[in-house]
Design a protein around this ligand. Structure first.
Ligand SMILES: Nc1ncnc2c1ncn2[C@@H]1O[C@H](COP(=O)(O)OP(=O)(O)OP(=O)(O)O)[C@@H](O)[C@H]1O
Length: 244
């Protein structure tokens, strides 16, 4: 079953066309990993999906919801599609619990008791319930990133987007964050993941797309095959350069 459908997506920055007609679909419960060399448009693709960037062409639709930006406002899209960034983007002046509850209370207008009960469960799930009243400055990078994931999940998104969420972390903290994502995958969350962690990509992906200069040039539903026998010269060169 198709859940998200992206057709002929075009994104330009001035004269620079960064996405040159991207066609990609995500099924319910699927984990799609986006790989490709620096600057090929991976982050831009994620940012267009949840409306952080305005696209110049193409369509983004979700089954049962309609076209993003038309049938459903971009504000609503942000509830359906959660995103986690490289730099956590937590509010420094707010405690962990206030960071997590901001969206559920202010945007979704939910009752505090109900939202807080869910936040507690999510904090438990990411192993940080004891940090509920801590401030971001009191947390390690890995902890901040796990809180950012819990915050996104507390909006009950149907899809999660992860944009290089371990890129800013010290190596010893990468694992604790990736384990949270692996767990989400096991529990059937639909996700699109941009990562430079090749071992993780191979483990978590149901499907891999490989981008180059604004195009998808290779797609594989068999991650092991992609990593052992990439079909294109560009993907081979990319994998050869990666350390994994
Ligand atoms: N706000 C912006 N204004 C102008 N150009 C931009 C902007 N954001 C991205 N670009 C350009 O778009 C291209 C694609 O960038 P993007 O960040 O999507 O690449 P990426 O594949 O995610 O790279 P990386 O792996 O290095 O994060 C790059 O050439 C970049 O310079």
């Amino acid at each position: 079953m198709k859940m998200l459908s992206i057709e002929k997506l075009v994104k330009k920055y001035g004269d620079n066309t960064v996405l040159k007609g991207i066609d990609v679909q995500l099924k319910k419960g699927e984990v799609l990993v986006v790989l490709g060399p620096s600057g090929c448009g991976k982050s831009t693709l994620l940012r267009c999906i949840n409306g952080l960037e305005i696209k110049q062409g193409g369509h983004i639709r979700m089954e049962g919801v309609g076209e993003f930006g038309q049938d459903i406002s971009w504000e609503k899209v942000c509830e359906k599609v959660g995103m986690v960034f490289q730099n956590y983007e937590l509010f420094a002046h707010m405690t962990v619990i206030d960071n997590i509850l901001l969206g559920p209370l202010k945007v979704q207008k939910r009752k505090r008791a109900e939202a807080e009960a869910q936040a507690d469960l999510l904090l438990k799930q990411v192993g940080l319930l004891e940090k509920k009243y801590a401030y971001p400055r009191e947390l390690s990078g890995g902890q901040k990133q796990r809180i950012a994931i819990a915050r996104a999940l507390c909006m009950n998104p149907e899809i999660m987007l992860f944009d290089e969420i371990t890129a800013a972390l010290d190596p010893e903290m990468v694992r604790e964050v990736l384990d949270v994502v692996l767990n989400l995958a096991k529990n059937g969350m639909s996700m699109i993941i941009v990562t430079h962690e090749m071992g993780f990509a191979r483990k978590v992906a149901d499907r891999i797309i490989f981008m180059d200069k604004g195009h998808i040039i290779e797609e594989s539903t068999d991650p092991n095959q992609f990593f052992t026998q990439p079909q294109t010269e560009r993907a081979r060169a990319f994998l050869n350069k990666m350390d994994y």
